[in-house]
Design a binder for this molecule. Structure first.
Ligand SMILES: Cc1cc2nc3c(=O)[nH]c(=O)nc-3n(C[C@H](O)[C@H](O)[C@H](O)COP(=O)(O)OP(=O)(O)OC[C@H]3O[C@@H](n4cnc5c(N)ncnc54)[C@H](O)[C@@H]3O)c2cc1C
Length: 424
C-alpha cells in the first residue's frame, strides 16, 4: 500500500498520477488544499495570501485546462512598489523613470558600474544584489525589501533560487526604464491566471474530485520505520510499503521513530520564514487598481499588500474591496498579533490605502508557519543527506516543504507527478 501524507497540491497530484495503484491519502485538516486554500467570511473570499498561477510547463497548462475548464482567467500583472509616498511600477529595476531624478541617476549609475563588472562576483544574496543591480537599486529597494521579507542577514542567504524569482533586466531594459520608454513586461509573473470564482481552493478541490481514498482529520503523530506504520493522533494506524510525504521536512523528521542522532542533529539547519496574513474586507469600492504592492520602507510592518478583489469581483461583495496583508517573522520570535494588527491598520492609513473613515466589514487573520524556506549554505550541505536517509527508509518527500524549496503551485503539482515515475 502506498500511503500519501498531506492533501495539498503535491499529495493530491501524486495520487492523481498513481493511476491503477493502491493508495490512501491522510490529511491533518478537515479539508484538502494545504496552503492552496481559501476561506470565505462575510461574503469575502480570502486565500492563504494571494495565490496566482504561473503556468510555465505545457503539461500543467493542459492539466489545469482539463481540471478547471473555463474557470481560469488570465491577468496582466498590475503591481507596484510604494516608495517615498509614490507608486513605482514593478519591477523597480526596469522602472527607474518613476523615481525622483537624483535617485534615478544614482540607481542607473550604480547599475552601469555593476554591469561593467566593478562589483565583486557574489556567492551570497547580498553580494548578488550588488553584483546584478548595483549600489543604487540595492540601497533603495532590493536590500530594504529583502531584509524585511527574510528577517535574516542577506549575507546568510544563498543563490540557488534567485534567478527564477527575481527578474534580471538587460542593460537596454534598465536604460529604457530609466528614460520612461515603455517596456513589455518581464519576470516570471507578468501574466498569471486566477480562478473566476471561489478563490484558489477550487484547484485542489478539482484535483481531489479525481482521486479517491482521502482521509481528513488525520494528523500524523509518528512514523515507525521498523514496522513501516504511520500512527495518527486519534490512535489509528496504517501500514505502508512506500510512504510519500508532503509534510514539512522538519516536522516529518520529528515524527520518525527511530531517528538516527546524526539526522536529528540536522533538523535545526532547516530554517524558514513564517507569515502573518491579515485579511480585511473594506466597505469601499476599488481601494486601489493594483493586484499587489510591495512595501520596502521601515514604517510599514508589512512587506506586501494584495488586493484580492481586483482578481475577481466574486472575491468581495458589491461596493467593497478586500486586502491581504503579509507580515513576515521568524518562528522563533513570533509577533504579538494584536500589536501587529494595530500597527498594520494605522500604516494602511498612513500610506493612503485606507482612509480614517473606512469601515472594516470582515477580518480574517491567518498564520502560515512554513512560508518561505531560507536557502543557505547549511541547506545546501545537509539537505541531500536528509533526503538520502528518507529514501533509505522508503519515504519519498515531495512538495514545497517536503523537498524544502521555493516551489510554486505548478512545481508542487509537477513534483507529485514526478515522484510516481521515480518510485522503485
Ligand atoms: C505566502 C505564500 C505565497 C504563495 N504564493 C504563491 C503564488 O502566488 N503562486 C504559486 O504558484 N505558489 C505560491 N505559493 C506556493 C504554494 O502555496 C505551494 O507551492 C503549494 O501550495 C505547496 O503545496 P504542497 O502540497 O507542497 O504543500 P502544502 O500545501 O503545505 O501541503 C501539505 C499538507 O500536509 C498537511 N499536513 C501537515 N502536517 C501534517 C500532519 N502531521 N499530518 C497530516 N497532514 C499534515 C497540511 O495540512 C497540508 O495540507 C505561496 C506560498 C506562500 C507561503
Amino acid at each position: 500500500m502506498i500511503v500519501i501524507l498531506g492533501a495539498g497540491l503535491a499529495g493530491l497530484s501524486a495520487a492523481l498520477h498513481l493511476k491503477g495503484k493502491e493508495y490512501q491519502i491522510f490529511e491533518r485538516e478537515d479539508e484538502v488544499g494545504g496552503l492552496c486554500r481559501s476561506v470565505t467570511q462575510d461574503g469575502f473570499t480570502f486565500d492563504y495570501t494571494g495565490h496566482l498561477l504561473n503556468l510555465l510547463h505545457p503539461y500543467t497548462q493542459e492539466l489545469l485546462k482539463e481540471l478547471l475548464p473555463d474557470l481560469l482567467v488570465s491577468h496582466q500583472r498590475r503591481s507596484a512598489i510604494y516608495l517615498g509616498g509614490k507608486y513605482i511600477p514593478y519591477p523597480f529595476q526596469a522602472n527607474l523613470w518613476a523615481l525622483p531624478k537624483e535617485i534615478t541617476k544614482e540607481c542607473l549609475f550604480g547599475y552601469i558600474q555593476a554591469y561593467c563588472g566593478e562589483a565583486n562576483a557574489a556567492d551570497d544574496f547580498l553580494g548578488w544584489i550588488y553584483q546584478v543591480f548595483g549600489s543604487g537599486i540595492a540601497k533603495h529597494f532590493m536590500i530594504p525589501y529583502n531584509k524585511k521579507l527574510w528577517g535574516v542577514p542577506l549575507q546568510d542567504i544563498s543563490l540557488e533560487w534567485v534567478e527564477k524569482f527575481i527578474p534580471r533586466p538587460t542593460l537596454e531594459e534598465v536604460i529604457n526604464g530609466a528614460l520612461g520608454i515603455k517596456l513589455k513586461g518581464f519576470g516570471y509573473n507578468q501574466e498569471f491566471f486566477y480562478p473566476l470564482r471561489g478563490g484558489i481552493k477550487i484547484l485542489p478541490q478539482a484535483l481531489a474530485s479525481r482521486v479517491g481514498d482521502i482521509h481528513l482529520d488525520k494528523e500524523v503523530e509518528s512514523i515507525d520505520t521498523r514496522k513501516s506504520v504511520v500512527v495518527f493522533k486519534d490512535g489509528g494506524e496504517v501500514a505502508y510499503s512506500t510512504l510519500i510525504s508532503s509534510l514539512p521536512l522538519d516536522e516529518l523528521l520529528h515524527h520518525i521513530v527511530p531517528l538516527p542522532g546524526e539526522i536529528n542533529d540536522l533538523i535545526g539547519y532547516l530554517r524558514y520564514v513564517s507569515v502573518l496574513n491579515i485579511n480585511l474586507g473594506v466597505k469601499r469600492d476599488r481601494l486601489s487598481d493594483y493586484h499587489w504592492i510591495y512595501y520596502p520602507e521601515a514604517p510599514y510592518p508589512f512587506y506586501r499588500v494584495g488586493i484580492p478583489s481586483n482578481l475577481s469581483h466574486y472575491m468581495a461583495p458589491e461596493g467593497t474591496s478586500s486586502l491581504s496583508v503579509e507580515i513576515s517573522y521568524l518562528h522563533s520570535t513570533p509577533p504579538s498579533v494584536e500589536q501587529v494588527r494595530e500597527e498594520t491598520l494605522s500604516a494602511l492609513i498612513s500610506c493612503g490605502i485606507l482612509r480614517d473613515d473606512d469601515e472594516i466589514v470582515a477580518e480574517k487573520i491567518l498564520m502560515i508557519k512554513h512560508a518561505y524556506v531560507i536557502y543557505d549554505p547549511f541547506r545546501r550541505q545537509h539537505l541531500p543527506h536528509i533526503l538520502q536517509f528518507l529514501r533509505s527508509q522508503h519515504i519519498y518527500p515531495i512538495g514545497r516543504y517536503g523537498l524544502w524549496g521555493y516551489a510554486t503551485m505548478e512545481d508542487a503539482i509537477m513534483q507529485g507527478r514526478d515522484i510516481v515515475e521515480d518510485l522503485p
